[in-house]
Design a protein around this ligand. Structure first.
Ligand code: XMP
Length: 511
């Protein structure tokens, strides 16, 4: 079945992915495509509406990205946002000029004329602006729909032709009724039906996978992370025991994690799941190695060797599953290069597995959609909401050499940290939170005795994409409980410090 689709044309703005996510949250499927897509390709794509994103350029600039004005003759509704809004008058005979002062931040705006995009929105509300250029004259057939005190063309449109422009950013949360405006554009202007739901996605994918896979064999590398877990579960639902999953336990996972994976996927879901217990092997390879990159390389190559050995036992398969998700495959409007995931867990696998074709059932989904599919498939909350975890595991959270004793101390400390964050109900707002065992020992006093033990660091960050991050403002009383519990309950730890560095200049992980 073909969904209704909206096309989001990317002019390089920083919120381009956010726009696409908002549209999908409103139950309308959309794709983010480079702005140089040809009119012919757009016609063939057959969207119910087109959204132009913002962008860093000036529409009249020399290298500014444009679209052909022919787009406006296709009879497809258009919504331009910020740069995308300015492009409309620029291409259709209006005027855009440089303004003396930039407008940045929250602004009060009022509708001056009712139109389908203003339905259900109070006459005056707050929007979020970020622009220097401004529209100074509209093309024929267009009228002003909303203004602020300083920006007379805050929203404008040609209602009959279904072409609209908004100078502000409806996709960011600071625009009070931004989501409602997008909803109005999709439903009242484009005639969306809201057919993009995760329940639909699951039933359609299961049918598609059944057809594609037939009675053939599928192999999946299961890491315990959300993407591979959801991909495997979806395929299992479609073809059951034709799927074999291999889970390499490198002995560097968090406390109880390996047991949880086996319990959920093998015992509860009945998946054909093979666990390769390779902990000892990894630890002996890591003996005496303390340089971070050296540790990563050893783990990466050993992982592939272990997987290869397991794959050989299974023999040739027809399909290899990859947990690639949408942000990994989007072509950016500026760079235009498709970035394919090079996660060490799966990156090198295609070369060591005897298979015919790769199957990527989550290619169209954003991370939050992957989580919702997981929930739809009945996966438990702790699997679906799992925070990102690096392929090399705890080895890059143990500074210096990895030893059994340090691993045990770190696992116990990390477990308490996670437990208390969950109890404080902070787990959804913090992107990643984990303990690190530093290679410093300090003097302490525990039970009247002098101790000389490890310093444990706590790292917790907020982020949207891990490219940048800020340290999480965890309440002091929660930190106090965590510190008290770790020093009381965990062996070989007598001091706890909290990492208050953002990224940049630090990275999220310590190594
Ligand atoms: P950094 O430490 O570079 O991490 O700020 C950014 C994000 O990537 C994760 N990370 C990894 N993920 N294999 C992975 O699959 C790795 O080798 C790896 N190293 C870092 C990290 O946890 C954070 O989410």
């Amino acid at each position: 079945m073909q969904h209704q689709r909206v096309l989001v044309l990317d002019f390089g703005g920083q919120y381009n992915q956010l726009i696409a996510r908002r549209v999908r949250d409103l139950k309308v499927y959309c794709d983010l495509k480079p702005c140089d897509m040809t009119v012919e390709d757009i016609r063939e794509y057959a969207p119910i509406g087109i959204i132009f994103t913002g962008g860093p350029n000036s529409v009249y600039g020399e290298d500014a990205p444009h679209v052909s004005a022919e787009i406006f003759t296709l009879g497809i509704p258009v919504l331009g946002i910020c740069y995308g809004a300015q492009l409309i008058p620029y291409l259709l005979g209006g005027k855009v000029e440089h303004a003396e002062t930039s407008e940045y931040g929250k602004r009060e705006f009022s509708f001056v004329k009712d139109s389908p995009i203003s339905e259900g929105i109070p006459n005056t509300s707050i929007c979020w602006m970020s622009h220097t250029d401004r529209v100074t004259a509209l093309p024929q057939g267009f009228e002003v729909l909303a203004s602020t005190e300083t920006c007379p063309f805050t929203a404008f449109g040609n209602v009959e032709k279904k072409i609209y422009g908004v100078q502000f950013h409806p996709e960011v949360v600071h625009s009070q009724y931004g989501n409602k405006l997008l909803e109005n554009f999709l439903y009242a202007v484009c005639g969306a039906k809201g057919d993009w739901t995760m329940a639909n996605f699951v039933s359609e994918q299961v049918a598609l996978l059944k057809e594609k896979i037939g009675n053939k064999k599928v192999l999946c590398a299961m890491s315990g992370g959300v993407d591979s877990a959801v991909a495997a579960t979806l395929i299992h639902k479609a073809v059951g025991s034709q799927l074999t999953c291999v889970f390499v336990d490198h002995g560097l996972l968090r406390k109880y994690e390996a047991e949880e994976v086996m319990e959920v996927f093998r015992d509860k879901l009945g998946m054909n799941l093979i666990k390769a217990d390779a902990g000892e092997r990894f630890l002996s390879k890591l003996e005496g190695v303390s340089e971070p990159e050296a540790k990563r390389k050893i783990i990466g190559s050993e992982f592939i060797k272990v997987f290869e050995e397991e794959a050989k036992k299974i023999g040739a398969v027809d399909f290899l599953v990859q947990g690639t998700i949408y942000p990994d495959v989007i072509e950016s409007g500026k760079g235009k290069s498709a970035v394919i995931k090079s996660h060490h867990n799966v990156g090198g696998l295609p070369s060591v597995v005897d298979f015919q074709e790769i199957v990527e059932p989550l290619r169209d989904l954003f991370k939050d959609e992957v989580r919702r599919v997981g929930t739809e498939l009945g996966l438990p909350e702790n699997v679906v909401q799992r925070q990102p975890f690096p392929g090399p595991g705890l080895a890059i959270r143990i500074m210096g050499e990895v030893t059994r004793e340090k691993l045990e101390t770190l696992r116990d400390a990390d477990y308490i940290f996670r437990d208390e964050i969950a109890k404080a109900d902070l787990n959804r707002e913090i992107w990643q939170y984990f303990a690190v065992i530093t290679n410093s020992k300090t003097v302490g006093v525990q039970g009247d005795f002098r101790t000389y033990e490890n310093v444990i660091a706590l790292r917790a960050v907020t982020s949207v994409d891990a490219m940048t991050a800020d340290w999480a403002r965890i309440p002091f009383d929660v930190l106090e409980t965590i510190s008290g519990r770790i020093t009381n309950e965990v062996k070989h730890a007598n001091r706890i410090v909290y990492d208050i560095t953002s990224k940049p200049p630090a990275t999220i992980e310590w190594e």
